[in-house]
Design a protein around this ligand. Sequence first.
Ligand code: CA
Length: 221
Amino acid sequence: MRVLLAEDDAMIGTAVRDRLRGSGLAVDWVQDGRAADAALAGGTYDLLLLDLGLPGREGLAVLKRLRGRGSTLPVVIVTARDAVDDRVAGLDAGADDYLVKPFDLKELEARLRAVLRRRGGHASSVIEHGRISLDLASHEVRDDGVPVPVSPREFALLHALLERPGRILSRAQLEERLYGWGEEVGSNVVEVHIHSLRRKLGPDLIRNVRGVGYRIPEDPA
Ligand code: CA
């Protein structure tokens, strides 16, 4: 899961980035509206967390340009407490949800989950596939009901593959989902995580597609 965070407040930005990275999300952080535009035009994201009061270009303008390009990227806007009109304008311009500053990081995560769930067509925050279940709220993985401890990045990798079973994701696509800007990516880090997941969840869950990438079969074994 790769998130673009557009926020000019250094304290809030740091707190949000660190919190989301701690949950295994890849987070790119920009601090003005033009940089947000550029990142959105050039990158592949699963979600945009957009402060409306941005220097350079207002958040609302960023959102309108994004929707104007036909993008359906899920967007959660962030506004100040008294900015009711901004929130209304943001929702009307195509935002999926909003948060009011100051917000609790737990609420932020819950709202992001809710937006992604709705967009993914999932009614609950638990993804089930055969014996495996993935709880996006508690970050718990279960195999036949038995909890299996996984690292945040192993969780993120499993989530990426289980979102659409059958779809093949390349190593580069998986790296993009796991690591934000400025984070060191080891050369065989995806293989290491896959190896570890196979050790924990069985060798047949994640399949290699030679020369292309990885997938989880559509029909669970
Ligand atoms: Ca701001």
